[in-house]
Design a protein around this ligand. Structure first.
Ligand code: UFG
Length: 338
């Protein structure tokens, strides 16, 4: 009987992390979650238990705490790591740059030291299309120039990618996945996005407005150089994004070195189109207004994801409408309204 591989998932109690845990378990991996719960919620761990019918081992640890991390690595065989744990709010990063540099960079270097000393040599890293800033052409591929980041958050992702390039000499093989805009929730509605406080991102703002937690959605600007004047993004179902991590693990188990893949659908959708689709698929009228532009937003970014399609053999399965329906089911369930 072959031994199941065990994957340490830092940030596994978060939005993308928890969905990835589900896909990993379904693909036959053992999982160990490492999360300090500073930006995540016990309710997602409870949701995982309900969904999977098992309790996933969990350690409440901040990845910057090398000693605590090393203890976990000493006491558990770990075959590979998926590193989600990071701060991710663009606006907050502008106000608290040091928090972002400290947390996002030191958690990575501490984790890498731990992997090195425990001879764990496979890492999947959460990167972001934010590394492209406003790309010169769309769809944007992995070869596009990396410009000065628009925010400290974006800069941390660029710096982390650079660190990962440089640690190739240590014999740690890496896949960085540059996520576009993950939305939606697990089809079971047992896990989903649970932002702390007022949501920054579009879809949780939409669902919280629809359920009455927010009065009105503001669309940030309709004077961009796009077909309807609102920003264009590449929205990807979070379960599809989670699947890309399973494919990346298959890949990194057979390939050495440092690799980068875009993970998006390849389709650009405007804010207005997304709002209309939410209304249509869920039969809800959304209260919204057009407001001014949000500082730091790029007009248009969507992925050339052919590398992931061809090399990782990954493809998204869900549509945007599925994602908007699942996000709405989740919002209703978590607020206990049917
Ligand atoms: N938007 C609104 N109203 C809102 C919230 C968002 O109109 O209340 C608009 C934004 O202006 C933007 C679009 O919806 O045009 C998407 O905004 P999100 O905040 O959902 O997503 P972003 O594209 O700004 O950011 C996301 C992730 C970041 C990541 C970035 C890369 O949240 O972590 O993509 O582009 F870095």
């Amino acid at each position: 009987m072959s031994i199941r591989k065990r994957i340490a998932v830092t940030g596994g109690a978060g939005y993308i992390g928890s969905h990835t845990v589900v896909q990993l378990v379904e693909a036959g991996y053992d999982v160990l979650i490492i999360d300090d719960l500073s930006r995540s919620d016990q309710r997602l761990l409870d949701g995982l238990k309900n969904l999977l019918g098992i309790t996933i081992p969990f350690r409440k640890v901040d990845c910057r705490n090398y000693n605590a991390l090393a203890e976990i690595f000493s006491n558990n065989r770990i075959d590979a790591v998926i590193h989600f744990a990071a701060f991710k709010a663009v606006g907050e990063s502008v106000e608290k740059p040091l928090d972002y540099y400290e947390n996002n960079l030191f958690s990575l270097t501490s984790l890498l030291r731990c992997m090195q000393s425990h001879k764990v040599s496979k890492l999947i890293f959460s990167s972001s299309c934010t590394v492209y800033g406003e790309p010169d052409t769309v769809p944007v591929n992995e070869q596009a120039a990396i410009k000065k980041a628009n925010s400290p958050y974006g800069a941390t992702k660029q710096m982390c990618e650079r660190i990962l390039e440089d640690i190739e000499v240590l014999g740690i093989d890496v896949v960085s996945l540059r996520y576009f805009n993950p939305i939606g929730a697990h089809p079971s509605a047992l896990i989903g996005e649970l932002p702390l406080g007022t949501p920054n991102n579009l879809v949780p703002y939409i669902t919280q407005t629809a359920i009455g937690l927010r009065n009105q959605l503001t669309i940030f600007g309709d004077d961009y150089p796009t077909p309807d004047g609102t920003c264009v993004r590449d929205y990807i179902h979070v379960t599809d994004l989670a699947d890309a991590h399973v494919k990346a693990l298959d890949f990194i188990n057979q390939n050495l070195g440092n690799h980068i893949f875009n993970v998006g659908t390849g389709f650009g959708v405007s804010v207005k189109e997304l709002v209309n689709q939410f209304e249509e698929v869920n039969q809800i009228k959304l209260n919204y207004k057009i407001g001014s532009r949000r500082p730091g937003d790029v007009a248009k970014v969507f992925a050339d994801a052919n590398l992931a399609f061809n090399v990782l053999r990954w493809k998204p399965r869900f549509t945007i409408k599925d994602a908007l329906q699942h996000a709405w089911h989740w919002e209703k369930r978590i607020r206990s309204i049917n």
